[in-house]
Design a protein around this ligand. Structure first.
Ligand code: IVH
Length: 694
């Protein structure tokens, strides 16, 4: 890899890693497995080693991944909360042992503990009473979650008398037991099912694993809610100005004596081989624990030796964590089926002989696309390894070739749509196959209606995916305009089949009076949804929320948009040829024109509502403005005026800026930058003159 390639890849990695850190720590909703994440981080670390001059001081390799949540009071940690270096390889663990011995000699003992999969907490005690509990945050500062932590029964609020220091911090891991997680998630599932959400929506909303549930819970603002979701905690480290013992092992014993919950699963080891035995033992035994662990932590026992070893910028040199690889299982591939999404995109799914994996039965795994099937070189009847990462859907990671029969036939990708038999297409440069039958393929039609009722679109939340599928099944709806013709007579008592993916069985559901009233009311209310949302709801390819807003702002009515040429649409700022092409294509299809006309007749808002007394012009069309300083009106009023007359507000000065409108007290830096770039600087009066029509 040359320097330029490395710089590009490093930038890419930093963006991806930061994004995953945000999903994990702030949203508590990771989208990749821990091992995949660690893999990315290791790649970045290795590039930074190879090209040190390209590494950035704020790289995610240089800090703890978390960030602070805005809603809580932030507190500085008296002792920074560091994280541990980690490894997945026994080889590297031996190297850790060698490094330790090089510095402190062969007289070394290790304490091995379980690495609980939860979130770190630091609790301060003053005279035996809990004073404050703070999350790790960015390692230097964290969120004050004392009230939430006080709801955890295993954390003492007041210690009985003992030989603890007047003031100390104790660190530990907050987690949720698997059983609690399953129960709470099942309750939540039932609640969502009752509301009519379909399986995909439910999967999206549910917490992925006990760690995310614990983390989402601890970040709740209402401690009464936290108390309803039982959490637990193991404590594993004491910080005090004077050490409470000579060794880590003795301090764990002390913590237990004082009344803290310390895990029983730890061991004093005299050699790295004993550490390995512990690791191997718990790799199997972890299935039997009531909570999840993701590895073990190895710590040098004697404090004196810990001090001698010291720290790197991020981690102690006297400790390391060994992480278990994601659990996997071997099972047979029975067949490959294909799912069709709203846009016609085809997803291949591996149907497997049911197998137990990390506490659940796995029957299906995602295969993503044709390239993935090719990469795995799947043959009929293959035995495959499945792995469960951060995602709820497991994936196929490899094939056990020794079990392949000599005459096994290689899988070839489907040629036709499993739902409507139309020949599939794969566009140049894309990995995904599509079913092009947009107007006659059931999952695409149902998917489009589901998108239409979505929260960010028409927001008909009394209807869920399951009901939509049922109404389609019964022939009551074929497109989203049909929703507006539904009547109470048609709906009352309507019975349809539903598929419960979890139980893998079909059932029946019927619509009762209360839900019929809600459904019809929801549909009626949606007629008040503003034009930009209706436009988004139509489900035109590449027209997401932002593009829909831009189109609505520019054209102001469905009629004008329908009549617009590709060139006119593409001339709008930040709307490219591809989007324009999709819009024009959508409105060139007779069926879509018909549906839009029906929507108009049903009374949906197909125009932007004009505020009274506000005039709009295109006088500033294509011009960008930066507003800076103090004016006779508020800056927001001035910005609105720019937009109402077709102009565009930008946030910073660049070569492409057309005008800087300068008010009083504008910063000298902006003035200099604009002058340097030769950008016209105009006053409020001069701007107003631009709006004169004559
Ligand atoms: S000791 C300076 N012990 O793993 C040493 N950490 O990457 C502080 N963890 O932030 C950590 N179980 O959230 C330690 N028995 C254990 C642990 C443990 C889980 C977590 C903790 C820490 C992270 C290290």
């Amino acid at each position: 890899m040359n320097e330029l390639e490395a710089a590009i890849r490093m930038d890419e990695l930093i963006t991806t890693i930061n994004h995953h850190n945000y999903n994990y720590y702030t949203l508590s909703k990771p989208t990749i497995s821990d091992s995949d994440f660690d893999f990315l981080l290791k790649e970045l670390e290795s590039l930074e080693k190879q090209f040190p001059h390209l590494s950035k001081p704020d790289s995610p390799t240089q800090k703890v991944g978390g960030s602070i949540t805005k809603e809580f009071v932030q507190v500085k940690h008296k002792y920074p909360m560091m994280s541990l270096g980690n490894t997945y390889s026994e080889e590297e663990l031996k190297e850790f042992d060698e490094r330790v011995r090089k510095t402190i000699g062969d007289d070394v003992e290790y304490v091995v503990e379980l690495k609980f999969d939860g979130l770190a907490i630091s609790i301060s005690y003053e005279n035996g009473a809990i004073a404050r509990a703070v999350t790790r945050g960015d390692g230097m500062m964290g969120d004050d979650v004392t009230n939430n932590v006080k709801t955890i029964k295993s954390i003492p609020q007041q210690l009985p008398a003992g030989d603890y220091p007047a003031s100390f911090d104790i660190r530990g891991e907050i987690f949720m037991h698997r059983k609690t997680f399953e129960k709470l998630n099942n309750d939540y599932r039932a609640e969502l099912e009752a509301k009519g959400f379909d399986e995909d929506e439910i999967k999206e909303k549910l917490y992925k694993n006990p760690r995310n549930f614990a983390s989402g819970t601890l970040k709740m603002q209402d401690s009464r809610e936290v108390a309803k979701r039982p959490l637990d905690c193991f404590l594993y480290f004491i910080y005090a100005d004077q050490p409470v013992a000579q060794t880590h092992y003795d301090s764990l014993k002390k913590a237990a004596d004082w009344g803290f919950q310390v895990s029983d699963h730890f061991k004093l080891c005299k050699s790295i081989d004993e550490v390995m035995d512990f690791i191997h033992f718990y790799d199997k035994e972890r299935e039997n624990l009531s909570y999840e662990i993701d590895g073990v932590v190895i710590k040098v026992n004697r404090y004196e030796q810990q001090q001698e070893l010291g720290f790197t910028a991020k981690n102690p040199r006297w400790a390391i964590s060994y992480k278990y690889k994601a659990q996997n299982a071997l099972t047979q591939l029975e067949k490959i089926t294909y799912q069709v999404g709203r846009t016609g995109a085809i997803t291949p799914v591996a149907n497997l002989t049911p197998v137990q994996l990390a506490g659940t039965t796995v029957k299906r795994a995602s295969l993503y696309n044709a390239d993935e099937i090719e990469r795995l070189d799947l043959h009929e009847g293959d035995w495959v390894y499945v792995e469960k990462g951060g995602e709820i859907i497991p994936k196929v990671t490899g094939v056990e070739l020794s079990k392949r029969l000599p005459d096994a036939v290689k899988y070839s990708y489907a040629n036709t749509c499993p739902e409507c038999s139309t020949t599939l297409v794969r566009k140049e440069g894309e990995v995904v196959h599509y079913c092009p039958n947009e107007t006659g393929c059931a999952p695409q039609l149902i998917g489009r209606i589901e998108h239409f009722i979505g929260r960010k679109a028409m927001n008909i939340d009394s209807l869920g995916g399951e009901t939509i599928a049922g109404l389609y099944q019964k022939g009551l709806i074929r497109n989203y305009a049909d929703l507006y013709s539904l009547t109470a007579d048609q709906l009352l008592g309507l019975e349809f089949e539903t598929y419960n993916e979890k139980k893998d069985q079909w059932g029946k559901r019927s619509l009762q009076e209360k839900s019929v009233v809600n459904v019809l009311q929801g549909i009626e209310d949606s007629k008040k949804v503003p034009f930009e949302k209706v436009l988004f709801a139509l489900g035109i390819r590449m027209v997401g929320e932002t593009v829909a807003k831009k189109l609505a702002k520019h054209f102001r009515s469905m009629d004008k948009l329908m009549a617009a040429s590709k060139e006119e649409i593409a001339s709008i700022y930040e709307i490219g040829d591809k989007i324009a092409e999709n819009v024009v294509r959508f409105f060139s299809e007779t069926e879509n024109i018909l549906i839009c006309n029906q929507l108009k007749q049903y009374g949906l808002k197909l125009e932007v509502e004009e505020e009274e007394g506000v005039t709009r012009t295109n006088l500033l069309e294509g011009k960008s403005f930066l507003v800076s300083g103090v004016f006779s009106m508020s800056r927001d009023e001035l910005k609105n005026m720019i937009e109402r007359n077709g102009g565009r507000n930008v946030g910073s000065i660049s070569k492409s800026l057309n005008y800087l409108i300068a008010g009083d007290k504008m910063g000298p830096e902006k003035l200099k930058k604009a002058t340097d770039l030769n950008i016209p600087i105009i006053s409020e009066e001069e701007f107003m003159k631009m709006l004169d029509r004559d």
